[in-house]
Ligand binder design. Structure first.
Ligand code: NAD
Ligand code: IPM
Ligand code: MN
Length: 351
């Protein structure tokens, strides 16, 4: 049987509560589909930072290099500034392993009541393809932390032809395999210099994908359309920051950000890809055992797909569909009273 080496980074807060359910689900599928997963767990977290002064060891990235995939819960916790926890772990992993695609599917499942009137199950089913290495999340700039009136913070948005083109190629290819439609998130109407460049590259790449019908929407109007007409989207491609914001918005349209998964992909497979729920460590509910594990479980499905087990991945999304359609088990974010463990048990029964 094929064995896959998985790095597990539970991280902080509910990160550590949603990964065990994902592992339980993965174990069932390994037995059924004839593969195994061997896990190496890392305690890299804000707790580690407070104890040892770093989120991960100096050779942390090297420890992950030989893994087939990384499964991450969430990082960030009150008491450690977010720029420390994120630049100390999450962002270095995404960048070192050239995970330039952040794939974030959105689906309104039957049995979930969307806060958006008219967002019906089966009709809302799209993906946000988020550029994951450059753009507004650049390392160019700095902060003069003087405490005086001359204090200043500057961060340049960096868009490179190569960096934008490769994520567009991924998005157009995905659109050609899905519904054949692509929407580009832009902001070319104002005084932003980078977005007309982005638009030009979109138009250039579009010429190679005549089978894809594409358009572009200004990010502000697009945000409104996510709420007003979520059923019209198929593939939405966006810069790093725009994609970040759109993916939480889309997840809320689909009922809860607790359901949304993400795949940080290195499409060339030179390095491990990383799978993690879209949500963060949720300090407001951490430690209560009530977090929704679906985002992590669905992320695990995306991992199996990436590792070459599409049938096993589909078993997971089918079980998610069933548990929501056929039972009233729900965690609190979806209006229910089930704990993380109770909900996971129900899902595994249906798996
Ligand atoms: P968050 O996603 O942690 O929480 C936002 C809200 O959604 C909270 O009310 C929370 O209770 C709720 N929520 C989130 N996930 C849920 C789940 N699975 N089940 C039920 N409810 C859920 O976002 P935040 O509050 O902006 O950030 C908290 C911390 O997490 C910060 O330190 C932030 O930097 C970090 N963060 C990390 C990641 C990551 O590791 N990839 C992603 C986002 C935020
Ligand atoms: C996400 C998160 C991260 C991001 C933060 C925590 C840096 O919000 O994965 O969506 O913006 O990429
Ligand atoms: Mn986010």
């Amino acid at each position: 049987t094929t064995n896959h080496r998985i790095a597990l980074i539970p991280g902080d807060g509910i990160g550590a509560e949603v990964l065990p359910p994902a592992q339980l689900v993965l174990d069932v599928l390994g037995r059924r589909h004839g593969f195994s997963l061997s896990y190496t767990s890392y305690d890299w977290s804000c707790e580690r930072y407070l104890r040892e002064g770093a989120m991960m060891p100096a050779d942390g990235i090297d420890q992950l290099r030989d893994k087939d995939a990384i499964l991450l819960g969430a990082v960030g916790y009150p008491g450690v500034p977010d720029h420390v926890s994120l630049w100390g772990l999450l962002i270095p992993i995404r960048r070192s392993f050239r995970q330039y695609v952040n794939l974030r599917p959105i689906r309104v499942f039957e049995g979930i009541e969307s806060p958006v009137r008219g967002a019906r199950p089966g009709e809302v089913d799209f993906v946000v393809v988020r550029e994951n290495m450059e753009g507004e999340y650049s390392e160019v700039g700095g902060r003069l932390n003087s405490g005086f009136p001359d204090e200043i913070a500057v961060q340049e948005a960096v868009f490179t032809r190569a960096g934008v083109t490769r994520v567009l190629d991924y998005a157009f290819t995905l659109a050609s395999r899905r519904g054949g439609r692509l929407t580009s998130a832009t902001k070319s109407n104002g005084i932003v210099h980078t977005m007309p460049f982005w638009d030009q590259l979109v138009a250039e790449r579009a010429a190679s994908f005549p089978q894809v019908a594409w358009d572009q929407e200004h990010i502000d109007a697009l945000a409104a359309k996510f709420v007003l007409e979520p059923a019209r989207f198929d593939v939405v491609v966006a810069s790093n920051l725009f994609g970040d914001i759109l993916s939480d918005l889309a997840a809320a349209v689909a009922g809860s950000i607790g359901v949304a998964p993400a795949a940080n992909l290195n499409p060339e497979r030179d390095f491990p890809s990383m799978f993690e729920p879209v949500h963060g460590s949720a300090p407001d509910i951490a430690g209560q055992g009530i977090a929704n594990p679906l985002g992590a479980i669905w992320s695990a499905a995306m991992m199996l797909d990436h590792l070459g087990h599409p049938a096993a991945a589909k078993d997971i999304t089918d079980a998610i569909t069933s548990v929501l359609a056929k039972t009233d088990a729900r965690t609190r974010d979806l209006g229910g009273t089930a704990t993380t463990a109770e909900f996971t048990d129900k899902l595994i029964e249906l798996l």
